[in-house]
Design a protein around this ligand. Structure first.
Ligand code: ISE
Length: 338
């Protein structure tokens, strides 16, 4: 059986997913596309033999579309499309952030719980990255004893003028907010965001760059995270888990290095689509397999909610001189997500 997928939003990530669905995912067919930029929709529709839809709601409602991917920017529109997909009972994959507020995520959780079956998968692709998966196995198996600390960095080469101070948390640090508590298998207790006085000359007036975040888990693991989105060197993701009997480091997936002119150099990817290409492929293949089997297993709306509650606390800390803010989930996790 082939799953007819419709993709809403064809920007940077949407166009990457279009290519993935159309050419690399088994059991999937790119059946429909839509974007506010009609010429973009026409271009991909022509290239991959898909149908263009006037708007996201029409695409979701179409009997020719079995499952939906929401990859819209601005992210404000995620909520309405995901809620509509739940209403009509269709599986929906939504890129992160699920919505821009914890209240919005809660609405989606409530709608899904009311529907009585998981329909939503959130695009936290790092959970499929072979490096993070190997770290999780080591932590779960206590291979190096108890984790004590995590040092992480999340760096981008550059960002444009539309990227502002708030986005360092909701666009960028949200990946660590999700993947690090998943790695450790526990919830966060509190978080802080510190804005260092010294900033890069490559930033602009609406963006404080870099920023330093800390997170503490319920059991007391302490995490420090540097978010630096104008590093001028590339997409540089690092994660080092300090355990009682060893330190586990995330390595770049690129497997060659070049020795030349007294230097031994390894490639630094340009952006997330390069660094996490395999993770995105595995994530979408798992989603398609899950939908075809009528049982999805990837990151849930509850995970989307946890990430956004964490981001809200970090933003509150940033606006209150790096005060430590408790991270409090609205309810206990519904049984649907166990
Ligand atoms: C972007 O949306 C991503 O998800 C990237 O992984 C992150 O590094 C970047 O800062 C975000 O803008």
């Amino acid at each position: 059986m082939v799953l007819n997928i419709g993709i809403i939003g064809l920007g940077f990530m949407g166009s990457d997913h279009v290519k993935r669905v159309a050419t690399r995912i088994n059991g999937a067919k790119l059946a429909g596309v839509c974007d506010l930029k009609k010429d973009l929709a026409e271009k991909y529709a022509k290239k991959y033999g898909a149908k263009v839809y006037e708007n996201g709601i029409d695409l979701i409602d179409s009997p020719d579309i079995d499952a939906v991917m929401v990859v819209t920017r601005p992210h404000e529109t995620h909520e309405q499309f995901v809620l509509h997909a739940i209403e009509v009972g269709k599986y929906v994959f939504c890129e992160k952030p699920l919505t821009l507020t914890a209240a919005g995520c809660k609405k989606i959780v409530d709608a899904e719980v009311k529907h009585g079956k998981r329909l939503v998968q959130v695009g936290f692709m790092r959970r499929y990255d072979p490096g993070y998966v190997e770290i999780k196995e080591a932590i779960d198996n206590h291979t190096y004893g108890e984790p004590l600390l995590i040092h992480a960095t999340h760096r981008n080469a550059t960002v444009d003028e539309t990227y502002d101070t708030s986005m360092s948390i909701i666009e960028t640090a949200i990946h660590e907010a999700d993947v690090l508590h998943w790695l450790l298998g526990e919830d966060y207790e509190s978080g802080t965001t510190f804005l260092p006085k010294k900033q890069t000359k490559f930033t602009h007036s609406k963006l404080h760059d870099p920023q330093i975040i800390t997170l503490d888990t319920k059991s007391g693991v302490h995490i420090d995270l540097e978010v630096f989105v104008n590093d001028q060197i590339g997409y540089d993701i690092n994660c080092s888990v300090v355990c009682e009997n060893g330190i586990i480091n995330l390595r770049s997936p690129f497997v060659t290095s070049v020795k030349k002119g007294l230097h031994d150099s390894t490639y630094i990817p340009a952006d997330c689509t390069e660094r996490f290409k395999t993770a995105y492929d595995l994530e979408l293949q798992a989603w398609v397999n899950g939908v075809l089997a009528d049982k999805i297993t990837g990151p849930t709306s509850w995970d989307g909610l946890v990430a956004m509650v964490t981001c809200d606390a970090l933003a509150k800390s940033r606006d209150n001189d790096a005060k430590r803010i408790p991270i409090v989930l609205p309810d206990s996790k519904p049984a649907l997500y166990e």
